[in-house]
Design a protein around this ligand. Sequence first.
Ligand code: ZN
Length: 244
Amino acid sequence: MRCAILADIHANLAALEAVLNDIEKKGGFDETWCLGDIVGYGPDPRPCLEMVQRLKPFCIAGNHDLAAIGRIDTAYFNPDAAIACQWTTAQLAPADIAYLDSLPLTLEREGFTLVHGSPRDPVWEYVFSASIAAGNFDVFRSQLCLVGHTHEPIVFRLEKDGECKAAAFSPGIGLVLGHTRMMINPGGVGQPRDGDPRASYAIYESEGRVMRLYRVPYDVQATQDRMMRAGLPVRLVARLGEGS
Ligand code: ZN
């Protein structure tokens, strides 16, 4: 089985389409695992929701998904994110709201726990460092955990001596999953923040238990133009070009 792992699409349709085309070129996939934040920041919340639902994914909710439907307060967002969230809420139809409201905060699938933030705080915690990851391994039962939220690809491994170490997760690395417990972030589809503006996603092959990261160029300018026309904050438009 081949799984497409998509995190932080953030209503960026051009990036999502580029990623799905890229996966098809690589031989397609059987399942989609979506790590939340389908909406928020970007100009195409409804088309992205429609496209994601067509994939019939195993999908969890992210903080932006929950904020867009009023389940969490945007007072915890930075001002640009809050403005984008209010704009997003105004775009959504009742069916979109119902879908986002139906998403769980955690899921287990094929030996993976799927969360948006972290196992101990699926909505808010950012797993930025090995020390933060270390405090989460006791909270999930599966060998492996997939996280999003930081929009930065990375792997945290729990070594035999109990120490947690961070390792780069870059294109070209075939991450063999073996028996080591790991927390893995596939980076963000629609708003990468690791200095590389290309869309980021991963494919997991259950045969051989290997995970690979891919980066895909997409028409950043097209998304930026649509954001400007929608009147979304300029800072959010600029960061797509920087991958920041
Ligand atoms: Zn996000």
